[in-house]
Design a protein around this ligand. Sequence first.
Ligand SMILES: CS(=N)(=N)C[C@@H](Cc1ccccc1)C(=O)O
Ligand SMILES: [Zn+2]
Length: 308
Amino acid sequence: SNIRAVHSYEKYNDLDTINAWSANIAAQNPSLVTRSQLGTSYEGRPIYLLKVGRSGSNKKAVFIDCGFHAREWVSPAFCQWFVKESVENYGSDAVLTNLLNNLDFYVLPVLNVDGYVFTWSSNRMWRKTRSVNSGSTCFGTDPNRNFNAGWCTVGASSRACDDTYCGSTPESERETKALANFIRSNLSSIKGYLTVHSYSQMLLFPYSYSYALARDHTELNTVAKNAVDQLFTLHRTRYTYGPGGTTIYLAAGGSDDWAYDVGVKYSFTFELRDTGRYGFLLPESQIKATSEETMLAVKSISNHILNN
Ligand SMILES: CS(=N)(=N)C[C@@H](Cc1ccccc1)C(=O)O
Ligand SMILES: [Zn+2]
């Protein structure tokens, strides 16, 4: 029907609703928000990108993406919340106002649009993209194994039917290629990369593709500690933090490792609530609290980026 669902920040929204929302929030806040199209998905859907911040010359930028893995619905909910907070509290929240005046935030509400639609229409537990794999009846590639960072060496599968299928080549997916191209084209301004997943309540940083410590390990560890301490203050939600390899598991081809290795120093992966009681099926009643506490962590990291 052509009756569009009403958008809510405290509910999970389908892709049509999110796309209508992103058009509206940009149209209603032209001095803070502009919408562009990052690319097109395998099934031909637009992948929209919001640029949030006061216009200014040669500002540093932080890239935040959500919706890598289709079933992790609280992730796109957070990206929507971040944009809402930015437009609603610009001018009243001093920390946020300072950030928006001095940083640009690129916010990608849903990267894996085809997979997200599939979780609404067919299989709530779908993870991957929905591309056709030649020689297989199984669909999709794991976008978080598809980047050129130790690609397919560890913690990933070369079998198309597996949920951690690394793809036929790095950046084989239109979605990951579009994201990588954007970051490569904006490396002079993009100083931070935050990719938002669920669940586990973790703040991860490079590397996941090996146990080797990142050259900036000490600083990233401190930034992560401060961020999870800030997060804790609101609802006493406990996060663990550290390099992905030792904190969750070894896994190659992740976007955070790739971003770090192309020079985006402040590269982090969020694993939002919870720790397994509801898992990917986090109740809508927890979207507000999850988003509010995650805002504190993102503001903490963003302030560090602005001041360093
Ligand atoms: C629960 S989950 N699938 N979001 C965990 C996520 C962990 C990870 C982060 C960064 C790099 C590699 C791997 C993944 O397996 O893709
Ligand atoms: Zn994920």
